[in-house]
Structure formats: structure tokens, C-alpha cells
Write a protein that binds this ligand. Sequence first.
Ligand SMILES: NC(=O)c1ccc[n+]([C@@H]2O[C@H](COP(=O)([O-])OP(=O)(O)OC[C@H]3O[C@@H](n4cnc5c(N)ncnc54)[C@H](O)[C@@H]3O)[C@@H](O)[C@H]2O)c1
Ligand SMILES: O=c1ccn([C@@H]2O[C@H](COP(=O)(O)OP(=O)(O)O[C@H]3O[C@H](CO)[C@@H](O)[C@H](O)[C@H]3O)[C@@H](O)[C@H]2O)c(=O)[nH]1
Length: 471
Amino acid sequence: MAPLKVTKICCIGAGYVGGPTCAVIALKCPHIQVTIVDLNKARIDAWNSPDFALPIYEPGLVEVVRQARGRNLFFSTDVDKGIEEADLIFVSVNTPTKKSGVGAGFAADLNYVELATRRIATVATSSKIVVEKSTVPCRTAESMRTILEANSRPNCRFDILSNPEFLAEGTAIADLFSPDRVLIGSLQTQEGIDACESLKQVYANWVPPHSHCRPLVFRAVQLAANAMLAQRISSVNALSALCEATGANIDEVAHAIGYDSRIGPKFLKASVGFGGSCFQKDILNLVYLSESCHLPEVAAYWRQVVEMNEYQKRRFSKRVVDTLFNTITGKRIAVLGFAFKADTGDTRESAAITLIRDFQSEKALVNIYDPQVSHEQIWTDLQEASPLAPLNTIKKQVTICKSAIEACKDAEAVVIATEWKEFKDIDWEAVYASMNKPAFVFDGRLLIDADKLRKIGFTVTTIGRPSSTLV
Ligand SMILES: NC(=O)c1ccc[n+]([C@@H]2O[C@H](COP(=O)([O-])OP(=O)(O)OC[C@H]3O[C@@H](n4cnc5c(N)ncnc54)[C@H](O)[C@@H]3O)[C@@H](O)[C@H]2O)c1
Ligand SMILES: O=c1ccn([C@@H]2O[C@H](COP(=O)(O)OP(=O)(O)O[C@H]3O[C@H](CO)[C@@H](O)[C@H](O)[C@H]3O)[C@@H](O)[C@H]2O)c(=O)[nH]1
């Protein structure tokens, strides 16, 4: 039998991966009906909102949804109908770090994957290709297969594929339009190979053959890729501490290192610490996998990447306090940026959350501005970071502002926590005029022209460079 030609796709999970990924599939494959389903009604309503106020901010996403929605792209809370109608189903649900039980704090919580799989088994009355898109540990496909086969109806077969997603937030649409690679894993049976071919044909609508559809040999490849990327940042951040202590400049060091073609120039930007929903979670997962395989030295090696990241955040907060004459009690600090990186509204594991919690515990007053993160999200994150403090108490210390200029007014210090381009172009003369003196700027993202700001009168502290008095 020839491989199935996919005509209807369902994606379970309308989040940062499921939404953009399947919206792009719909755009590029007008002959395929794509339905993205989620249990979260508010999220689906936002995807369907008449004014395209989508639940996710991603450059280029609105344009994609605008073209495909209502044509061959649909968003729905009717999970069962989506499953029933589809011939290929992406499982793109969240896999957060487990909070309790065996592996708490390290292992991935696979409960959402299992629930989605069980739902497919319960609802499906015809054969399906089920694609594991979420980041999951090795052998999850086998578990899914066991659940599906144990519960399937007669004449209903399920072929399971692994197809990890490598998009980065902020550049998701560009990454999806031109992926570096598409990996697909399947059983090496004729049915598995055919299912793989069916998914390949979907991607072949826009991904050039040289970059697509390499067979997946090791499901942990995504954990490995993320661990290597995060390790690069922790390495450069460790060097940034040395640069601050010795009088070197991390940007110059990174630039020089990047000329070595074996190292390359990308992902060498020192920062206040990496964030996002993936790096920490995936490394902790790798630590767990290493420990489960009785490889404690390997586990310790990867754990150190996360510890260095925590150290980097702590070090930065301490530098702010030290520079402001060893106390920030009652002082107003403007934090510019709350998202974990620029061009996203996502705040998961954002370094800004840790910095603000540190400033709060030093009894500072904090003004926050971010161009994309909702106020509601900021309050939720701050409450989660300080669970013992009532929200009202937090609100007495923290103010969310409508612009960077407003946040900086009457502040003693400005802290750049996210590299939003607009912070580069602020009227820094006006900011200086509105601040208390001496006016300090702490650049946690190597974003601003420190010399220009010093000329205006600011005392500038930049990650990976010695303090201004030494420059
Ligand atoms: N965010 C990224 O940049 C990124 C990139 C690559 C891979 N990943 C991986 O992709 C997966 C999804 O990540 P995300 O950031 O999109 O998560 P997310 O939390 O933004 O979205 C997951 C969605 O799944 C929904 N969901 C959970 N269980 C469901 C069920 N049984 N039925 C229907 N809907 C259900 C949730 O309501 C949520 O809206 C994770 O495994 C993650 O590690 C994420
Ligand atoms: O030189 C750098 C590059 C990144 N970062 C920080 O690292 C974090 C992660 O950035 P990035 O990797 O660009 O974003 P993510 O959306 O987390 O994407 C990562 O995680 C995804 C989920 O697994 C993968 O699909 C992507 O390939 C992988 O890059 C952010 O806080 C960045 O600010 C730095 O500090 N310095």
C-alpha cells in the first residue's frame, strides 16, 4: 500500500509550538485542513479573536494566521472532533518539569502527553498517524504505542512518529519557514516507514529536500541540542565574571572566539542568564536521564550549566546592590523588559523574575515595563516567585508602567533585563533628566552604547565588563 496522503491534520495543544507550527503547515499546505485544539478556552478564543489579538506574540505570526484562518486553519476546544476527523495528529502539549513524586525537580511531567494519548485512543474510530511533537524523553513513543494499542478499536491502527521541534521563540515563523533540519523517527517496519513518508510529504510542500527529514536515531537529540546551546551561554557567562574581575570585555572576547570556525559566532552573547521554557527543563531532564543511567559525573556536568545560570542572575542582582552603595532599600529601580528574550511575550523562567524578586527582598521599589507581556502575567509570575507574600503587599512595592520613560521617572537605577530593540532607541537624555542622581544603568544584555550613556552622565555597569570607574 502507498503511504497515506494526509488531508486532515489535528494538533493537540495550541501553545507556543502547536499554534505557530500548525499555522505554518496550514499556510504552506492549502490542500490540508488543519485544526488546532486545546482544552484552554481562553487560549482558543484568543486564536479566534476577530481582531487577531492572538494569545502569543511572535513576529510574522498574525500575518500567517490572517491568511490561513477560516480557509484551512481552524482553532477549537472540541478536542474529540479534531481527533476523530484527522488522519494525522500532532501531540504538542506541555511537558513541564515534575513538581512532586519520583524525579521531582528534574524529570519531565508526561501526564499531559499521556492524557492526550488516552483521549486519542478513546475517541478514534479510524486509523491515525500520531506525531509526538512535544519534547519528551526516550521511550515515550513506546509508552504512547502501548496505550494506543491496548485501547484501540478493531480495524484501527496507530503509527507513532517522533518529530521534535527546534523553533526558538521570537524567530518561530522564520525558523518554521526555513528549518535547519526536520527529524522524523519511526519504527523501521513497512507501516512505520510509510507513516514517516506521509509526514515527509507534508513538509515537502515548503522545506527543501537537502534540509529535511533526516531519520531520528536518538529521541534525546533535542535535549542534547538544547543542553549544548545552554552550555555555550553558561560558558560565556562564566567568562563574563572573569572579564569583570580582570578588566577584559566579554563582547570582545566572544567576538574573537567566534572567529574560530570550529566555535562560530552564534549564541555567544553574555547575558543576565538564559530563560525560556526549554533550556532549564531540558537540561534537568538530561540530568535525570544521566542519574537514571548511573552516570553521576555526567549528571553533575550538566547540572553545573543550570547552576552557573543561577549564579549569573545572583551575581547581577548583587552587583546592582553593591553599586548602589550597598543598599537599595526604598530606592526605585526601573526594570526594562520582563520577557525571557526579545520579540516574545513569554515569561517562563525569565531572568527578570529572579532579579525583581531579589530587589523586592532588599525592599526596593520596582517599576516594570515590557512592550509585550500582559500586566496579568507579570502579577502571576511575581506572585509565584514570592508565594508567601500577599499580592497586595507585592503591589505596594511594584508598579507596572506603560512605557520605558514612565518606568524610569524618579528612579535611582535602570536595569535592562530583556534585549528589546526599543530600549536602545529610548531618549536617554530625557531619561537622565527624569531620574534621581547619581543615575545608574545596569545593562544585563549588552544592549546599549555604554560610552554614549556615560557622556550623558549615567554611571553604567555592563555585564562582562569591569565597573565604570575602571574603564
Ligand atoms: N516553547 C518553545 O519554544 C518550544 C520549542 C520546541 C519544543 N517545545 C516543546 O513543545 C511542547 C509544548 O510547548 P509549548 O511551549 O507549546 O507549551 P504551552 O504550554 O504553550 O502549550 C501547551 C498547550 O497544550 C494544552 N494541553 C495540555 N494538555 C492537553 C490536552 N490533553 N488536550 C488538549 N490540550 C492540552 C495546554 O492547555 C496548552 O495550551 C513542550 O514539550 C515543549 O518542551 C517548546
Ligand atoms: O547568545 C545567547 C543566546 C541566547 N541567550 C538566552 O537564552 C535563552 C534562550 O534563547 P533561545 O534559544 O533563542 O530561545 P528558545 O525559544 O528558548 O529556544 C530554545 O529552546 C527551544 C525549545 O526546546 C528550541 O526549540 C530552540 O531550538 C532553542 O534555541 C534566552 O533567555 C536568551 O536571551 C543568551 O543569553 N545568549
